[in-house]
Design a protein around this ligand. Sequence first.
Ligand code: ATP
Length: 366
Amino acid sequence: MRVFSFLIVRDGETVKHYRIRQLDAGGYFIARKATFSTLTELVKHYSQSSDGLCVKLSKPCRKLEAPSTNGLSYDTVDHWEIERTSLKLLKKLGAGQFGEVWEGLWNNTTLVAIKTLKPGTMNKNDFLREAAIMKKLRHPKLIQLYAVCSLEEPIYIVTELMKNGSLLEYLQKDGGLKLKIPDLIDMAAQIAAGMAFLESQHYIHRDLAARNVLVGENNICKVADFGLARCFKVEKDKDPTDSDDVYQASEGAKFPVKWTAPEAINFCKFSIKSDVWSFGILLYELVTYGKMPYPGWTNFQTIQKIGSGYRMHQPPSCPIPLYNVMQQCWKDNPVERPTFETLQWTLEEFFETDPTSYSDANAFVR
Ligand code: ATP
């Protein structure tokens, strides 16, 4: 038996993904009790009765977001250093630690996001080496790097534009108000899917956090800024003991301390398993609608407490099985943490084991 595809269903503001499995002998099913020889029959069945789905199928969904992961044009596939003059900066979308992000227009035709990097924040050769790899990483749950302007500073990084900005802001502002637990779990599953792809490519993110996930239409989530963290330089005039900074300097690198696994903080041992630790923190951000992890603690206090075995408690609105997933991600021994592949399936199947949990979890509100 293997997974064939997904049925994506919209129920009011909720979007739910159901796995369609394929039988070895042919035929498809969502729940084993109802199998169909063709997908058309499957769709017809669930159009007549919901039979366990969150709603009965009505009309096909209009595709709102083009899966624009193939670059800006044929030309940028091979020549992805583009002319700065081909970009128009239209509207500032935000600013991060390392520069600004603008909504822009490329060649007067294509809307893009343009990240402008503060001069001197990045080692240019490191960046170009990293960007060459990032360019090849294509997946529907990863923000696609389209092109760069790196010949002079400020370096521009041109990526796909996401309508609803960062997940952190989305959770904290109006967007978060309408999100219930099933939506949050669906978003977590999407992020795990993007990370599972990086895992399969033996690539490490190093800065997985809600601020580095972007949101499009219909709560579509994509992982951003993968690999960039290793290119940033420590600012010489920055006080490394500045304990409230998300990114704290340590031995020539900057760490988002509260998201970083202990072995990465203490011994610079970054791996996909340190990303899994960060994913656990991201789950905390999701379920608390963007609260700062370890509230009220400084980075230093966090490092000390984690070292002595402390872990964050179950947030009030967090279902126990989801808290169990977080705890798995925060195992001291990296090997004991789950893979992203496992996390993806665990989250996608979150409501499959107990059909009543879907409606129960819907009752969770902020
Ligand atoms: P830091 O740089 O410190 O990690 P950050 O990730 O929030 O922080 P940026 O990546 O510079 O900073 O992004 C700043 C803001 O710009 C984000 O919070 C988001 O709202 C917006 N933004 C970034 N990339 C995009 C994009 N591709 N599409 C739409 N909005 C974006």
